[in-house]
Design a protein around this ligand. Sequence first.
Ligand SMILES: Nc1ncnc2c1ncn2[C@@H]1O[C@H](COP(=O)(O)OP(=O)(O)OP(=O)(O)O)[C@@H](O)[C@H]1O
Ligand SMILES: [Mg+2]
Length: 327
Amino acid sequence: MENIVRSLTEKYFKSENIAAISVLDNRVIVTLQNIPEDKNAAEALKADILQSTAAQKVNIIFSYAKPVSNLNEEPQMWQIRNVKKIFAVASGKGGVGKSTTAVNLALALSSLGKKVAVFDADIYGPSIPTMLGFEGQPAISYDGKNFEPFEALGLQAMSIGSLIDRDTPIIWRGAKACGAIEQLLTEVNWGEIDIMIIDMPPGTGDIQITLSQRLKIDGAIIVSTPQDIALIDAVKGVNMFKKVNIDILGIVENMSYYICPKCGNRDEIFGYAGAKETAEKLGVKFLGEIPLNFAIRADADNGKPIVAAEPQSPYAQAYINIAKKLI
Ligand SMILES: Nc1ncnc2c1ncn2[C@@H]1O[C@H](COP(=O)(O)OP(=O)(O)OP(=O)(O)O)[C@@H](O)[C@H]1O
Ligand SMILES: [Mg+2]
């Protein structure tokens, strides 16, 4: 069964007409979305899926996802109990260090006395469980109604990754993904939280737009590397939040420069200060720069990000300075 899900996922990952592929009671459920006006195209897609799984004699069921609401509809807001402020950490481009920044800023805010939660909304590559060192599925509360948040390094946390098997790729987008995220945000016994940091998926797609509409997000932090290619996407990110009236708290320049630990030479691998200039152009704050550093990467991979592992280091201090600005 897993193999079928895996091969279907690999084959159809790019198809915008597939919202999810999952397994239920020995059947594979393929959830279709945005079905084209032309019914034949949908039939052809179904036939193609059936044909590519015919050899495995598995029962394939097709279901249909509700369309994601568009920006003009009056959205129903999601209510999160006990959470005072919500900050989203976002980037236009993937791999620029959003998750690393999100966990370290969360730990920095916590070290400054705030009660902090981290929510991992990255359906494409949830990495918060690894970075904060927790795994498995969330516990269910005594009354059976809610999830209990994970507790890690003094933070509360929840991840869309906790619902997905780490090694099984799975298609999850559109309404399906939004439903899962809503459940993991709203059906959780969060403690009294001052600030919730949301690690957003990269880009400006459905999930980001839905989250921005459904949640009262108090501010967005945009992470970018200094390269032009990342900055162009950062501008798109800023504009997306502006469009839905979410304040931009500012831009963080990640992988800003590299200090050679042996000779102390400073290298500006991706260029330098591009994010600062972009922030000025866009009229948003520049929050600070984080260097490219071995320990920042290694500590996050080991489940104890640098602000927790080496709080006195200048790298941890760089995050703490940004956290002070956020407060
Ligand atoms: N300042 C830094 N110094 C060294 N390594 C870093 C730094 N920031 C991030 N990294 C490393 O770069 C990689 C990508 O970072 P991260 O996962 O935080 O990016 P992301 O924007 O969340 O990516 P994705 O778009 O895939 O979610 C990781 O291996 C991380 O450890
Ligand atoms: Mg990430």
